[in-house]
Ligand binder design. Sequence first.
Ligand code: SF4
Ligand code: F3S
Length: 106
Amino acid sequence: TYVVTENCIQCKYTDCAEVCPVECFHEGPNFLVIDPDECIDCAACIPECPADAIFAEDEVPEDQRDFTAINAELTKKWPVILRKKSALPDAEAWNGKTDKRPLLKE
Ligand code: SF4
Ligand code: F3S
C-alpha cells in the first residue's frame, strides 16, 4: 500500500485524490490519508503530489514509519475525497517545513 506522510499536513494540495483510480483518499481538516484496504499500488498519486508526501509503504522514511498506522486509523473516520479542490491557503509556505506532525488535526 501507499502512505501519506508528514509533508501533506497544512498543505493538502489534493492532486492525489483526483488521479487515484480507486477510492483511496480520505480527507481530514489539514491532511489526507490512503485507505490501505483500497490501494492497488498503482503509484499514480506519487508524482502528482507537490509536497512529495506519498511513499510506498516500504519506502516511508525511517522517522515517519508511524504514518502507516495513522493512515489506516484515520481512514476509518474521514470521508472519501474523489476530486481535487483548493489547497489550504498557506500551502506554499508550509510545503517542506519540518515538525508539522503536532499540527495534524483529527
Ligand atoms: Fe490510489 Fe494508486 Fe495512489 Fe494507491 S498508489 S492511493 S491506488 S493512486
Ligand atoms: Fe497531501 Fe500531496 Fe495529496 S499534499 S493532499 S498528499 S497531493
